[in-house]
Design a protein around this ligand. Structure first.
Ligand code: PLA
Length: 474
């Protein structure tokens, strides 16, 4: 299993790749290159990654020309590997076993193992359908204004000073990923420092999103595999040696994949350090409400940074907390020092978005706005959200108890200590592939399991598989 398939391409790998001047197809630029040249170069390096270029030059497997390829102008195209996370679902779908279990992608399932459309979402959609005055015109480039306002209130708090002072600009984007990408491109164009620090490990898409946005990705230590907790000392050391102005990617809550979040005291120390060094915090908030079941509590880290009057960026996703995965609804907020700056920033965000996808889709944002604007629907949402978070917490306890009952070797207390959708089990690549092969359990190669995909009826199957893996596979 190579690293590119592990779901955990570290930022160091990315930097190494960036430093590898592969020179293939003559695409390489010196440090004096313009931003657009650098972006092109980053794109080329991404497309011609070492693993892929090896497979075409060394083994010749991927790029071999079969008779049906002859004559195609694309016959040189090498087959790319599946995505480390979404590819798990592709493999799962091909498995015909009745006991198969998909614990790969972070998508909530009911106790019956079914995807869930929240009741409150059904109600909001019904309202939208019943309203004959609604049309399907294009939204503005920045999306639905009401959605933007309400999203900002959700993450920053209704009484947030940045909203009161009009110091924040919020634009609707294509879910969390799109928000990160638009934010990254804006920074490449308009921020003086193009280095972004991401935690190790982090969501596998982060290094790719930011590299392709034109930023240079570096890493900071985050997780200690020995304690299975936060490597706070490593984090502080790495951020302390970051160049002034560097961007720092922070998971607002429910860190993916580790499920390890800083305590409030640690967040305060991180905040002080970031502010004293003049670093720029960029929050990824993909799980608000999923960590604790409480929307305000899960936004605390972000709000601490806004309360000090400094600037920050937040990418928000409604995929998980409203179960709107496929609607692709999210928001990017940039908190500035003054309303005037925020207005100018917004004008530039429009120039990033317009050539990328012109304007965002209307349906998902309308659902979110309908729920956030209406007290009754909002309250109902918080109850459904808490129920999802509680079911995940209950699965943690059930899995922990099942391993204890089996006397499975090792300390499994991290299963109940970690927070959010995922458990970072500590299982290695060989153990993971054993579980897939022998038990039809699908998960990412880094040993992450989506607790949201587990139910009371599948816990014992998973516990049997983990027990067998740790007792039979080193
Ligand atoms: N940020 C983090 C930390 C995430 O975990 C995810 C999704 C996103 C952003 C993007 O979500 P969105 O674009 O759908 O709003 N991570 C998932 C899915 C749940 C994925 O990989 O796309 C995961 O299984 O890790």
């Amino acid at each position: 299993m190579n690293k590119a398939c592990s779901g955990q391409i570290s930022a160091r790998d990315v930097s190494e790749r960036k430093e590898m001047n592969c020179g293939i197809h003559g695409v390489s630029f010196s440090s004096s290159a313009t931003p657009s040249e650098r972006r092109l170069s980053a794109l080329a390096r991404h497309l011609i990654s070492p693993t892929e270029s090896c497979s075409c030059s060394a083994s010749g497997v991927s790029a071999s020309i079969t008779s049906s390829d002859v004559g195609s102008v694309f016959s040189h195209v090498a087959r790319a590997p599946e995505d480390p996370i979404l590819g798990v679902t592709v493999a799962y779908n091909k498995d015909s076993s009745p006991v198969k279990l998909n614990l790969g992608v972070g998508a909530y399932r009911t106790e019956e193992g079914k995807p869930l459309v929240l009741n409150v979402v059904r109600k909001a959609e019904q309202q939208l359908v019943n309203n004959r005055s609604r049309v399907k015109e294009y939204l503005p480039i920045v999306g639905l204004a009401e959605f933007n306002k309400l999203s900002a209130k959700l993450i920053f708090g209704v009484d947030s000073p940045c909203i009161r002072d009009n110091r924040v600009t919020t634009v609707q984007c294509l879910s969390g990923t799109g928000s990160l990408r638009v934010g990254g491109e804006f920074l490449t164009r308009h921020y003086h420092q193009r280095i972004i620090y991401i935690p190790v490990p982090t969501w596998g898409n982060h290094p790719k999103v930011f590299t392709l946005a034109g930023l240079s990705v570096k890493s900071y230590r985050y997780y200690d595999p020995i304690t299975r907790g936060l490597d706070f000392k490593g984090l502080v050391e790495d951020l302390d040696s970051a160049p002034s102005g560097a961007i720092v990617l922070l998971h607002a809550c429910a860190h993916n994949p580790t499920g390890v979040d800083p305590s409030i005291q640690q967040w305060e120390q991180i905040r002080q350090m970031i502010r004293s060094k003049g670093l720029l915090p960029f929050f990824d908030s993909a799980y608000q409400g999923f960590a604790s079941g409480n929307l305000d509590k899960d936004a605390q880290s972000v709000r601490m940074f806004v309360a000090d009057g400094g600037e920050c960026i937040v990418a928000q996703s409604f995929a998980k907390n409203m179960g709107l995965y496929g609607e692709r609804v999210g928001a990017l907020s940039i908190v500035c020092k003054t309303a005037d700056v925020a207005g100018k920033v917004e004008s530039q965000l429009k120039l990033v978005i317009r050539p990328m996808y012109s304007n965002p889709p209307i349906h998902g944002a309308s659902i979110v706005a309908a729920i956030l604007r209406d007290r009754t629907l909002y309250d109902e949402w918080t109850i459904e959200l808490k129920a999802m978070a509680d079911r995940i917490i209950s699965m943690r306890h059930q899995l922990f108890n099942a391993l204890r009952d089996r006397d499975t070797p090792g300390d499994w207390s991290h299963i109940i200590k970690q927070i959010g959708m995922f458990t970072f089990t500590g299982l290695n690549v060989r153990q993971v592939s054993f579980m897939t092969r022998e038990y039809h359990i699908y998960m990412t190669a880094d040993g992450r399991i989506s607790m949201a995909g587990l139910s009371s009826s599948t816990v014992s199957h998973l516990a049997d598989a983990i027990h067998a893996a740790v007792t039979h596979v080193a």
